[in-house]
Design a protein around this ligand. Structure first.
Ligand SMILES: [Zn+2]
Length: 273
């Protein structure tokens, strides 16, 4: 059996659908060929994960860690290569099962989006979890604020902010919407913690139809420009406004640490932050 024949049989072998004779020659080839063996093992892992419905995300943020590692190489890459490495990333063995699940999650997320209402804080928390679990993936992966700003340019009626924050690395972003209102998602990493920033049109939130906030949060934002709370499960949400942009940052960090990261951008040149 050659590699080509062997790889055609991988899926059937994992599913136990080969007759004894074919399986023996399959096994014989796989024993002596590391490339086909890798393919066979990968397929077994993927299928057993799907079967047992075990999510193969050993630690939160593993996908984002990988992005961070890959971003180290980014400066050397041209635009096309950058797009390609994102798709390469999806082929990494440990990530395959997660991706097998994402189709199912899309349906779940749509329902969650609706049932969470359009409260910006609740929505940000949902999104944070989706990002950490790899269910929500960046459309543009870049460590460069300029590239990400260019990605968002002209797509929203509010200005999307992509600050350079101290000790934080930018990973990427994507554009979405709730009930027709555009939402920009920007993702950073601080050490091993993910910082997710949801950005929406402040005017739309004040109107309160497509998006809303509790009156407590709204009042405090209008009074001071900031609002924050830490949930009993340890998630901190920090909201602030800048022009017509409402930002809502979520991280598994203390309020003090998250605010320190977010305000570290202030001290830099930043006229826009
Ligand atoms: Zn082979």
């Amino acid at each position: 059996m050659d590699c080509k024949d062997c790889q055609k049989l991988v899926s059937a072998a994992v599913d136990n659908q080969l007759n004894k004779e074919t399986f023996e020659s399959f096994e014989e080839h796989v024993d002596g060929c590391s490339a086909c063996r890798a393919e066979y093992e990968l397929e077994s892992i993927t299928k057993s994960a799907v079967r047992t419905r075990v999510k193969m995300v050993p630690t939160p943020g593993v996908l984002l860690q990988r992005i961070a590692e890959r971003l180290d190489q980014e400066t050397a890459l041209a635009d096309d290569d950058r797009k390609r490495w994102w798709s390469d990333l999806l082929r990494w063995p440990v990530l395959r099962p997660t991706i097998a699940f994402s189709a199912a999650f899309v349906a779940v997320l749509l329902i969650l989006n609706r049932s969470a209402g359009s409260n910006v804080i609740e929505q940000s928390l949902e999104n944070y979890r989706a990002v950490v679990n790899g269910e929500m993936k960046p459309e543009e992966t870049s460590g460069s604020p300029e590239i990400l700003k260019r990605f968002f340019t002209g797509k929203t009626e509010f200005q999307v902010l992509v600050p350079e924050m101290k000790d934080c690395r930018l990973l990427g972003g994507l554009l979405g919407e709730y009930s027709g209102a555009p939402v920009a998602h920007v993702v950073y990493m601080h050490d091993t913690e993910v910082i997710y920033i949801c950005q929406v049109c402040w005017e739309t939130v004040l109107e309160g139809e497509a998006l809303n906030l509790s009156s407590k949060a709204k009042d405090e934002l209008q009074r001071t420009g900031w609002y924050s709370e830490t949930r009993p499960d340890g998630y901190t949400v920090v909201l602030w406004t800048k022009g017509n942009t409402l930002c809502s940052a979520v991280a598994m960090m203390s309020e003090a640490d998250l605010i320190a990261c977010l305000t570290s951008a202030n001290s830099a040149e930043s006229t826009e932050w």
